[in-house]
Design a protein around this ligand. Structure first.
Ligand code: FAD
Length: 365
C-alpha cells in the first residue's frame, strides 16, 4: 500500500487525525471533494473580514485538553456569543435571562421574573407534554415560547411546533442573572485569522487532493492505503442499501454592504414566523475586523434532498434506526473507520469533533 492512512474529508476531524498520525511518522493522504480545506468550519478572508462560509462558528468548550490543543494552532480572541432576538421589530437578549425578562415584562428582580414564569406555567397546566409546543410552554411559559421559541423553531424544522416531538427541546435554560453570555462553557473565542488557518497549520506537510470525491473512484481509493478514515456520509458509503439518512438543509445568502456596521452584533435571530430566515450573521463582529464595509449572511433553513450540502442530521427514531443498521455493517469493516459528523450521523460541536478524533488516534496508536 502506498499510504498508511487515506483520510476522506479535510474537515476538522480529518485534519486532527491526519496531523496526529503524521506526527508519529504515518504516511497520510487526504482527499477532499470541495475546493478547500476546513470543512464546515471554513472561513474566507473578504474585505479584510473572515467570513464563516458555512454558518457562524464559535469555539466553546469546557474541556481543557481540547482547548489547549486548539490553542497550539491559533490565538483566540475573547469573543463571547451574546445573540439578540428580533421579534417583530422588538429586540430581546438571549439566552433567556434577566435582561430578556425586563424587556418582556418590565420585571427588575429575579423574584418577579420567577413569579411571572411560574404563573404562566401554572396557567398552561401541562403535566405530560405531547409535543414541542407543550414541552416549551411547560418549561418557560407562554410569552417566551410565543415570542422567542415558536417562530424560530418552526422555521428551523419546517414544521408546526405542535407536530414536532417534545424531545427536541429537553431543556430551555433560564438564567436569573443579567448575563447575556450564550454558552456556559469555561473557554470560548474565535481564532484570530479564522479557522482555515488552523486547519492549514494542522495539514502542513501532508499530501492533500482537493476537488476529489471518494465516490468518483471508490475502488482506487479503497486500495490506496492500509486504513481509511471516512468522514463523508455513511449511508452513501454503503450505496444507501438500507435507505437514505435525512438531514435539514440551509441556504446562506451573503451580502457585502457599503456601511461599517449593519446590526451591531455578530448574531441576530429572527424569532417571528414571517421573516423567512432564522438569523443574520455580521461576520466582522467575530474579530472586530477593521473594514469600511461589512458582510452579512442570512440563514434560510430548508428541506434537504440527496446531493445537496447536508447540515443537521435528523436524529429522530426513524433515522436513528436506519443509522444503527449502517453501524452494524461498519462493524464488519477491518479497513474503514467512520468518523466526523457525517460518518457518525450526529451533530457535534467542534470541540467534540477534536475530542473524537484524538480518541480515535489514541485507540490506534
Ligand atoms: P465537516 O466539517 O463537514 O468535514 C467533512 C469534510 O468531508 C467536508 O469538507 C466534505 O466536503 C468532505 N467530504 C464528504 N464526503 C466526501 C467524499 N465523498 N469525498 C471527499 N470528501 C468528502 N460547532 C461549534 O463548535 N460551534 C459553532 O458555533 C458551530 N456552528 C455551526 C453552524 C452550522 C450552520 C453548522 C452546520 C455546524 C456548526 N458547528 C459548530 C459544527 C461544526 O461545523 C462541526 O463540528 C465540524 O465542522 C465537523 O467537522 P467534520 O470534520 O466532522 O465535518
Amino acid at each position: 500500500m502506498k499510504y498508511d492512512y487515506l483520510i476522506v474529508g479535510a474537515g476538522l476531524f480529518g485534519a486532527v487525525f491526519a496531523h496526529e498520525m503524521a506526527k508519529i511518522g504515518k504516511n497520510c493522504l487526504i482527499i477532499e471533494k470541495r475546493n478547500h480545506i476546513a470543512g464546515n468550519a471554513y472561513t474566507e478572508l473578504n474585505e479584510n473580514i473572515n467570513v464563516h462560509k458555512y454558518g457562524a462558528h464559535i469555539f466553546h468548550t469546557n474541556n481543557k485538553e481540547v482547548w489547549d490543543y486548539i490553542n497550539k494552532f491559533a490565538d483566540f480572541n475573547r469573543f463571547t456569543n451574546s445573540p439578540v432576538a428580533n421579534f417583530n421589530g422588538k429586540l430581546y437578549n438571549l439566552p433567556f435571562n434577566m435582561n430578556t425578562f425586563y424587556q418582556m415584562w418590565g420585571v427588575k428582580t429575579p423574584e418577579e421574573a420567577k413569579a411571572k414564569i411560574e404563573a404562566q406555567k401554572a396557567d398552561a397546566n401541562i403535566e405530560n407534554p405531547q409535543n414541542l409546543e407543550e414541552q416549551a410552554i411547560s418549561l418557560v411559559g407562554k410569552d417566551i415560547y410565543e415570542k422567542l421559541v415558536k417562530g424560530y423553531t418552526e422555521k428551523q424544522w419546517g414544521r408546526n411546533c405542535k407536530d414536532l416531538p417534545s424531545f427536541i427541546i429537553k431543556r430551555l435554560p433560564v438564567r436569573f442573572t443579567f448575563d447575556n453570555n450564550y454558552f456556559n462553557d469555561l473557554y470560548q473565542g474565535i481564532p484570530i485569522g479564522g479557522y482555515t488557518k488552523i486547519v492549514e497549520k494542522m495539514l502542513e506537510g501532508i499530501e492533500i487532493k482537493l476537488n476529489t470525491d471518494f465516490f468518483d473512484d471508490k475502488e482506487k481509493w479503497l486500495n490506496i492505503a492500509d486504513k481509511i478514515i471516512f468522514t463523508g456520509m455513511i449511508d452513501q458509503f454503503y450505496d444507501y442499501c438500507y435507505g437514505e439518512l435525512e438531514y435539514r438543509g440551509l441556504n446562506f445568502e451573503f451580502e457585502t454592504l457599503n456601511i461599517e456596521n449593519y446590526q451591531g452584533n455578530a448574531v441576530i435571530n429572527y424569532t417571528d414566523a414571517e421573516t423567512p430566515y432564522t438569523r443574520i450573521i455580521e461576520h466582522k463582529h467575530f474579530e472586530n475586523s477593521d473594514s469600511p464595509k461589512t458582510i452579512i449572511t442570512k440563514e434560510y433553513p430548508k428541506s434537504w434532498s440527496k446531493g445537496e450540502e447536508a447540515y443537521y442530521p435528523m436524529n429522530d427514531e426513524k433515522n436513528s434506526e436506519l443509522y444503527n443498521k449502517y453501524v452494524e455493517l461498519s462493524k464488519k469493516e477491518d479497513k474503514v473507520i467512520f468518523g466526523g459528523r457525517l460518518g457518525m450521523y450526529k451533530y457535534f460541536d467542534m470541540w467534540q469533533i477534536i475530542d473524537e478524533a484524538l480518541n480515535l488516534v489514541n485507540s490506534l496508536k
